[in-house]
Design a binder for this molecule. Structure first.
Ligand SMILES: Nc1nc2c(ncn2[C@@H]2O[C@@H]3COP(=O)(O)O[C@H]4[C@@H](O)[C@H](n5cnc6c(=O)[nH]c(N)nc65)O[C@@H]4COP(=O)(O)O[C@H]3[C@H]2O)c(=O)[nH]1
Length: 535
């Protein structure tokens, strides 16, 4: 099998594995968000409509109270006029002339039903009956001026409002018919109540008089006390009036808003069900710090000691576990996100390794994979400089491994970058060497410190003579160019022995250790050092 084909079979092309399949699934969250969106619009709509209804009812109540007060003050003012007109008769005889004068007031003054004279708190002359003798019940008059009654002896079913005027022991009483009062309270709408309150009694909008406290009117309440007489007019709406108002006037609008809310919830549910773009997913994962470094030991072939690590990125996706890099690295390279992802990886590795730098052998290799995009990004130099600066001098060697997944176009800029990297001591290795045609170009163009022999060559050790020859040739090439060799994918003792015999300097593979979190690596390294266990 040609090597390139073998390589493709070993590692599926990430472009064929849509990143969307890696998307975390949160059906509950999706439903919840959609429900919230579906409810948001109706909730706002109902809140606005309620506010508007409340405002309209309040405006209406204020207006109605002012209108009623205006009309009632006018009626009571008329009664006062009648009282004034007959005051000089109070205490005098109640003869036909007196009665005629009283009746004249009734006939000429609007709203006044009867006019009466009082002496020593007893009614002794009325426009209706002439002479009489009745106690007026002064204590029932509010401020000695006004008395609301559900009815009297003449018309027990019809409420009356008595307006009193008195001087010394004499006085006049003018009576306003309750039916006029009732008219003044008819401005109230279906959604509100309107009360005329006189002392402990009140009249409602139906003309009924009640001896009880005014019922609570919690919504759109308005009340005005007359400036001229001891009474108050109260308007307001009982609990539930706003809902009734909305149902009567805004039902169609509310149904429309509800339907729009439902529609937006359905749209939201479908949108949330759509996979996010790979870039969005990767960016989200980067923001959520879901990429983390694993390290795989690189072994010195001669003595079996761990002389370095290759840093391999892992994506810890909630609900999915660890994701292999070949499922997301190609997309990260295509979107350019590989640059910030690698920067973050370098930061994490430095943070985790620096505290243990003294435990590691001197010039410990730390290798990062870099892509074509890095080679056109001048910040790579700063990132490498920052990384090295965090370690004690001489404690580590920073290696950059170039792959062929995306071809590096050699330009003046890349030449300069590689020169600068070399000047700060960064080593460059060509990854997966031997399987792609660009490897040799890289070798010619860039100053390369090491070649990593691709795993496919190692796997075939002992399988056929052609592979053995190819491997020998690679080793010969590296020796001639005075470049270090690293063999990756070493899985058996036979492979190790073969590579040792060829004087390949560094070995990497499951035979020595799988990629692992840095904490685990430090632990394993200590154990190896203390037990001198070198396979
Ligand atoms: N069968 C077998 N496999 C072995 C053995 N020893 C090591 N491996 C695997 O071989 C791969 C070696 O890394 P690579 O060739 O640079 O290939 C890497 C590298 O090209 C890329 N990659 C990983 N991390 C990064 C990164 O941070 N940046 C970039 N640009 N690429 C990365 O993803 C590729 C795959 O990485 P991994 O899945 O970690 O796979 C790793 C490692 O787990 C072995 O004995 N047998």
């Amino acid at each position: 099998m040609p090597f390139r084909l073998a390589k493709l079979l070993r590692r599926p092309d990430a472009a064929d594995l849509p990143l969307a399949t890696l998307q975390p699934k949160h059906p509950g969250k999706r439903l919840l968000v959609s429900l919230l969106v579906a409810m948001a619009l109706p909730a706002i709509g109902v809140a606005v409509a309620s506010l508007q209804a409340r405002w309209q009812l309040q405006q209406r109540a204020d207006k109605v109270v002012a209108q009623s007060i205006g009309l009632l003050d006018q009626m009571l003012g008329n009664a006062d006029t009648s009282n004034n007109a007959v005051m000089q008769l109070a205490g005098g005889p109640c003869n036909d002339d007196t009665r005629q004068l009283l009746q004249r007031q009734v006939a000429t003054v609007p709203f006044v039903r009867s006019v009466n004279l009082v002496e020593h708190d007893r009614l002794y002359c009325t426009s209706l009956l002439g002479s009489t003798d009745q106690a007026i019940g002064l204590e029932a008059y509010v401020d000695g001026r006004l008395r609301l009654r559900p009815g009297n002896a003449t018309t027990p079913e019809v409420p009356i409002l008595v307006v009193r005027q008195a001087r010394d022991q004499r006085g006049a009483l003018s009576v306003i018919d309750g039916r006029y009062l009732h008219r003044a309270l008819q401005f109230a709408s279906d959604y509100s109540e309107l009360y005329l309150v006189v002392g402990p009694l009140y009249m409602d909008k139906f003309g009924q008089v009640h001896k009880a406290p005014v019922p609570p009117l919690p919504q759109a309440r308005s009340s005005i006390a007359s400036a001229h007489f001891p009474y108050t007019v109260v308007a307001g709406s009982p609990e539930g009036s706003i809902v009734r108002y909305l149902m009567d006037y805004d039902l169609a609008l509310l149904v429309l808003i509800g339907s729009l809310g439902l529609l937006s919830g359905v749209i939201c549910y479908r949108l949330l069900g759509r996979p996010a773009s790979p870039r969005t997913q990767l960016q989200g994962a980067l923001n959520a710090k879901q990429f983390e470094p694993f390290v795989q030991p690189i072994v010195n072939a001669t003595d079996g000691r761990w002389s370095g690590v290759e840093v391999l990125m892992r994506w810890r996706l909630p609900g999915e576990g660890l994701i292999r890099p070949d499922l997301f690295i190609p997309m990260a390279e295509q979107t350019g996100l590989i640059l910030p992802m690698t920067r973050d990886l370098m930061r994490q590795v430095a943070e985790a390794l620096v505290p243990h730098a003294t435990e590691l052998p001197p010039h410990f290799h730390v290798g990062f994979n870099i892509s074509a995009a890095h080679c056109n990004d001048p910040r790579l130099l700063d990132d490498c400089r920052d990384f090295l600066a965090r370690f004690p001098p001489g404690s580590i060697e920073l290696w950059l491994e170039l792959t062929e997944r995306q071809l590096i176009e050699p330009t003046e800029q890349t030449d300069l970058l590689f020169m600068q990297l070399d000047s700060i001591g960064v080593k460059v290795a060509i990854d997966d060497f031997g399987i792609g045609h660009a490897s040799l170009n890289y070798l010619q163009r860039f100053k390369v410190d090491a070649l990593k022999i691709d795993q496919s060559f190692i796997k075939r050790i002992g399988a056929d003579t052609l592979s053995a020859h190819l491997l020998d040739t690679l080793v010969e090439l590296a020796t001639k160019l005075e470049i270090d060799l690293i063999a990756e994918g070493v899985e058996t003792a036979a492979q190790r022995d073969y590579l040792r015999a060829l004087h390949v300097r560094y070995l990497q593979g499951y035979f020595f250790g799988r990629p692992m979190p840095i904490g685990e690596f430090i632990h394993a390294h200590r154990h190896k050092r203390d037990t001198a266990d070198h396979p």
